[in-house]
Ligand binder design. Structure first.
Ligand SMILES: [Fe+2]
Length: 403
């Protein structure tokens, strides 16, 4: 944990008492998680899930297919905590018989721990912003200690039924998140106004409190968001560039894409022209970290060997490439590593997925590629390319093309 910033109790503030109450639903005062998690995603902003996490207002209209009329009475009161976390009361009781251990099996309220944790009955959701219009939700199911198995299993089945990727509630929520995202792209609405209940919310026992259908909790969340976005302390982050050797990620990515495209389109001579005269093109065999001077490789070419390999492919007699393979190389996970200011080089790694179609058969190779790129001549060139095939310890199929 960082030395700077608030402590965890300071950060949690008023939500602590509700977290304690949540955990106290377990007879031992401790909770566990079931194995595994559900992973869902939607094409929308991460904040929709937070708004949704304690918003009873939408339930009546959106979830009419999932909520029984007699259950609607539970959506009557909502509270917002002063520190921007939010809580929504939600009385839910199951009648599981005397064996329920006196606990409320699925908890009694929802919590949002700003910015990305949602505690919703028997679930804990982690909100993962992927892009401005893409969010992933990882959901764990909470297990109580010292209660009959039927109670915990009931909690899990309920959460699967209502909130999993095929859940009776959650599927509609996600649909609305995506429609909201699309709607807001129109530009027709400049501001979204969260003023419902503003005139009637009051401080009560240290918590800003409103009616359940009010947007008290949304105002709390956005006040906290604004505070963080306008008054934050910049955190140290890994340097992606050298102090003296300025390297931008897009130029490296463009170079790697070009290298892959030249191979895909069989412009082998142009591809070889990207390499320095002392370059090495290496595909280890057996494992990634072999010493190529002591251990056999699949390919370990210098520039002259590369030229010979290309000449063979052009000869008209390379039968393993007649007909020619059609190949796509997908480059991803590009990471910039160490730079050498004197040599003007940078270490780069990426992941490549190679898809080959030959004689009606499609095959795949995945590899983590390591490059030493050299800019000493003024433009980027390859000084070393190492292709660590995922399957390099397995029996390899015929790979008559340049990898
Ligand atoms: Fe919902």
């Amino acid at each position: 944990m960082s030395e700077e910033g608030p402590t965890l109790p300071e950060y949690l503030g008023g939500i602590t008492k509700f977290l304690d109450a949540y955990v106290a639903t377990s007879p031992t005062g401790k909770i566990e998680l079931f194995e595994g998690m559900q992973k869902c995603a939607y094409n929308g902003n991460w904040k929709y899930q937070l708004e949704n996490g304690v918003d009873p207002y939408h339930v009546g209209s959106l979830h009419a297919s999932a909520v029984t009329p007699e259950a609607m009475h539970i959506y009557r009161q909502g509270n917002r905590l002063r520190d921007g976390h939010r809580r929504s009361w939600r009385h839910r009781s199951y009648r599981l018989g005397a064996n329920a251990g006196g606990c409320e099996p699925s908890g009694g309220f929802n919590l949002v721990i700003f910015p990305n944790l949602v505690v919703l009955r028997s679930q804990i959701r982690t909100v993962r912003p992927i892009a401005v219009n893409r969010t992933e939700i990882y959901t764990n199911v909470v297990k109580l200690q010292n209660v009959p198995d039927e109670v915990n299993i009931r909690r899990m089945r309920d959460q699967e039924f209502e909130f999993g990727a095929a859940g009776t509630f959650f599927t509609d929520d996600i649909e609305i998140f995506e429609r909201t995202q699309e709607g807001l792209q129109s530009g027709a609405v400049e501001w979204l106004v969260f003023s419902r209940g503003l005139d009637r919310e009051v401080m009560k026992n240290g918590y800003m409190t409103g009616n359940m259908s009010d947007e008290t909790q949304h105002r709390g969340m956005y006040q906290n968001w604004k505070r963080l976005m306008t008054n934050y302390t910049r955190l140290p982050c890994p340097r992606r560039r050298s102090e003296t050797m300025q390297v931008e990620r897009p130029e490296i990515e463009d170079f790697l894409y070009r290298e892959a495209r030249l191979l895909d389109t069989r412009k082998f001579e142009e591809w070889a022209g990207l390499f320095t005269d002392d370059a090495i093109y290496w595909v280890p065999a057996g494992r990634d970290d072999i010493d190529p001077t002591r251990h056999v490789s699949v390919i370990h070419d210098d520039k002259a060997a590369m030229a010979k390999r290309i000449k063979r492919l052009r000869s008209g007699f390379a039968y393993a490439q007649d007909p020619q393979s059609r190949v796509h190389r997908l480059i991803s996970n590009v990471e910039l590593g160490a730079t050498d200011d004197e040599k003007q080089t940078i270490e780069v790694t990426c992941v490549m997925l190679l898809i080959e179609l030959a004689r009606h058969r499609q095959t795949f190779h995945s590899a983590r590629c390591e490059f030493t790129l050299d800019r000493s001549s003024g433009s980027w060139r390859v000084r070393r390319k190492k292709v660590n095939l995922l399957r390099n310890g397995e029996v390899l199929e015929n790979t008559p093309y340049l990898i």
